[in-house]
Write a protein that binds this ligand. Structure first.
Ligand SMILES: [Zn+2]
Length: 125
């Protein structure tokens, strides 16, 4: 019983970690957004040839970075949610009672209660 509880907490902690990671990406994305807005405001006040051009190049880079960061956030977030929704054993209905091996993908899950095995992160067959 104690061991099962441990497994449950283990999955929950792993899932939380995935969510924190995804929100770190989102936070970075928002930082890019603020930086972008700050530079736009700065350029608006200082309209002088070459300086504006450099600023536009920088803005372009920040824009690309923001898109990439948001993409990573969304990948990580949907990954974590997908794992959580697949974490219930289809045989006995127990949630999160399995070992998660690192951050490997797909996750090979084995129910600690009924020994049912399944893979998280692949389409249902
Ligand atoms: Zn089971």
């Amino acid at each position: 019983m104690h061991n099962r509880l441990m497994q449950h907490q283990k999955f929950n902690r792993w899932h939380e970690k995935q969510l924190y990671l995804s929100f770190a990406w989102l936070l970075s994305c928002l930082m890019c957004g603020f930086l972008f807005a700050a530079i736009v405001e700065f350029v608006g006040k200082n309209l002088s040839g070459i300086f504006t051009l450099i600023s536009l190049v920088v803005l372009y880079g920040i824009g690309l970075a923001a898109i990439e960061l948001f993409r990573r956030f969304w990948m990580q977030f949907s990954f974590a949610q997908q794992c959580a929704s697949s974490a219930t054993c289809s045989h006995c209905g127990k949630y999160g009672l399995f070992e998660v091996r690192g951050d490997a993908w797909p996750i090979y899950a084995r129910c600690q209660k009924c020994d049912h095995q399944w893979v998280i992160g692949q389409d249902e067959d």
